[in-house]
Write a protein that binds this ligand. Structure first.
Ligand SMILES: [Zn+2]
Ligand SMILES: [Zn+2]
Length: 321
């Protein structure tokens, strides 16, 4: 994520800012990728702190307009949880916008989001034909940690959920093209195998013993759809880590050249190699505060190969190239 210029004074603005340090209200223009000091602000600004601009007064921004179902406000914490969930969504939509997804120049369908609060029954997150269902309760750190430990995952965050679930939607968009499916199946396997049966098998028997050689996460081994979603999510994690590091002005010997833009990097191998090298350094920094590793994963050659595949499709897919 970039660091942004303050349009009314000195200093920088961060992606989630609603105002400058002096208190002047500002809004983020996702088309220009810049902050503006004037309305029209998103209609969700006061309700959930959305800081994006809207096309006109009283309208939703491009991100909020994709949310068709908001959580039931009578469920405790539904609205503050939703606010954090939408913030994660805006972040990931902005990431994907670097590759033109869901921006005005993308002629394809946008994802429709169902943002659900959890009552006594957990909400199943997932994607079906363009509809992404998200449990806003998962921003709660206690719930998140409980589920992460129950599922033995090294990493679980709302940004991670957004990247994973939107990745299913991206697969669906790409699958509408004739040239994608054969290439996908050659790399990830045939996604037409029974999804429910595959997931059931995974939860009953666990991953194959040598899964780390082929998959980024054990869940990715459950079905080609999950492998694709995990691979896309990790490409987005790594690209954004590299972009954020460059944006803050930090330098590292691994960075190819000054002003390097990871989202514009055409060479996927170089992007992945550089980003992974940066995560090794950042993991060490996190350990100095007793925190978990920023990126607690090791990439096998197979996983890299699949990431190169999705990088190629994500970079050109939104434009039909
Ligand atoms: Zn909004
Ligand atoms: Zn999934």
């Amino acid at each position: 994520m970039r660091v942004f210029a303050n349009p009314v004074g000195a200093g920088s603005l961060w992606f989630d800012n609603l105002a400058t340090a002096e208190g002047t209200p500002v809004a983020y223009d996702p088309q220009a990728r810049a902050f503006l000091p004037m309305p029209p602000f998103c209609a969700n600004r006061n309700r959930i702190g959305c800081n994006w601009i809207a096309p006109q007064e009283g309208a939703f921004c491009r991100s909020c307009a994709m949310t068709a179902l908001a959580p039931d406000p009578s469920i405790p914490n539904a609205i503050p949880n939703w606010a954090q969930t939408e913030a994660a969504k805006r972040w990931v939509l902005d990431n994907l916008g670097h590759w033109h997804w869901f921006r005005p120049e993308d002629p394809g369908a946008r994802p429709v989001f169902h943002m659900l609060a959890e009552g006594p029954t957990p909400v199943l997150m997932g994607h079906a034909e363009g509809v992404v269902t998200i449990s806003v309760a998962e921003v709660d750190p206690v719930l998140l940690t409980t589920r992460r430990e129950a599922l033995q995952e090294p990493y679980r965050t709302m940004i991670g959920h957004m990247r994973h679930e939107i990745a299913h939607m991206l697969w669906w968009r790409l699958s509408l093209r004739e040239d994608f499916l054969d290439a996908f199946r050659a790399t990830f396997g045939d996604e037409r195998i029974d999804y429910s049966a595959a997931l059931r098998y995974h939860y009953e028997n666990g991953p194959p013993t040598e899964w780390t050689q082929y998959y980024l996460t054990s869940y990715a081994s459950a079905h080609p759809h999950e492998d694709l979603a995990e691979t896309v999510a990790h490409l987005l994690h790594l690209t954004d880590i590299a972009d954020s590091l460059v944006a803050t002005g930090l330098s590292a010997p691994q960075i190819p050249q000054p002003g390097w833009n990871p989202y514009s990097e055409p060479d996927a191998e170089r992007l992945i190699h550089t980003a992974v090298a940066l995560t090794v350094s950042i993991n060490q920094i996190n350990r100095s505060m007793g925190l978990s590793d920023l990126y607690p994963f090791v990439l096998s050659n197979h996983a890299r190969h699949k990431m190169v595949f999705v990088h190629n499709w994500l970079r050109r897919g939104a434009q039909g190239l």
